[in-house]
Design a protein around this ligand. Structure first.
Ligand SMILES: *Cc1c(COP(=O)(O)O)cnc(C)c1O
Length: 228
């Protein structure tokens, strides 16, 4: 854990970012590797959407923050099957659905728990050994089966461009995700009405917004570096 930026500093950064955001873009504050106290500071500065990468790390913070009842928690990291039940119980949004098998498992658990989380399908649009996600052909092939799921609200697409790409290539990936949204919606699967594009992190969010992002996920930009 890094030592968090001071509260005033965090509030200033949040204000600064919000000032630039079109009203159509939802800001998700990514608090992975930052303690619950930092979540609380961001909450006091008006943030209600928080992103965490790991179920277990989130669980501890959520317990400490149980008094903040109107937080919406977003799972943004790869989810292992054995954490699926906790993920459904703890998160209102899951941005990182990266396989049909995971989607089917989550759907089954959501049914059991009487939940209906909002979900994004994570798509890998450029080769990247470090990133999870459906490849484009995998996703197109899975659409009919995904359309059978009744307990997940499949409302979005999410992508993470490979780290360090030139801006033009990053922009092209974001444009591709928006095009994919149009392609999927055109197929008129009743359960796959894609309204959200979850794309854009600290290093690239202006490009993502220009390409039509509706949700951006910012950590470093709001809270400083996670690395010591
Ligand atoms: C860590 C993380 C972010 C935030 O990254 P920053 O570069 O710190 O803004 C966004 N999305 C995902 C999936 C992440 O894992």
């Amino acid at each position: 854990m890094t030592s968090p930026a001071a509260a005033g500093n965090i509030a200033d950064r949040i204000r600064q970012v919000k000032k630039e955001l079109p009203a159509s873009v939802r800001l998700i504050a990514v608090t992975k590797k930052f303690p619950a106290a930092v979540v609380r500071m961001a909450y006091e500065a008006g943030i209600r959407d928080f992103g965490e990468s790991q179920v277990q790390e989130a669980e501890q913070k959520q317990a400490e923050l149980a008094d903040l009842a109107d937080i919406t928690w977003h799972l943004i990291g790869h989810l292992q099957s054995n954490k699926a039940r906790k993920a459904i119980a703890q998160f209102q949004w899951i941005h990182s659905i990266d396989s049909l098998k995971l989607a089917q498992r989550l759907d089954q658990i959501a049914a059991e728990l009487g939940r209906s989380p909002q979900c994004c399908l994570q798509v890998k649009l450029a080769p990247d050994p470090a990133k999870y996600g459906f490849t484009l052909p995998e996703l197109m092939q899975a659409l009919s089966a995904l359309n059978q799921l009744r307990h997940l609200q499949m409302v979005g697409l999410m992508t993470i461009p490979p780290y360090g790409l030139p801006a033009a290539e990053t922009q092209a990936i974001f444009d591709q995700l928006r095009q994919l949204q149009a392609d999927i919606n055109q197929q008129k699967h009743s359960q796959l009405q894609i309204k959200q594009l979850s794309m854009g992190m600290s290093g690239d969010y202006p490009l993502a917004i220009a390409a039509g992002a509706t949700m951006i996920r910012l950590g470093t930009q709001l809270f400083g570096s996670r690395t010591l």
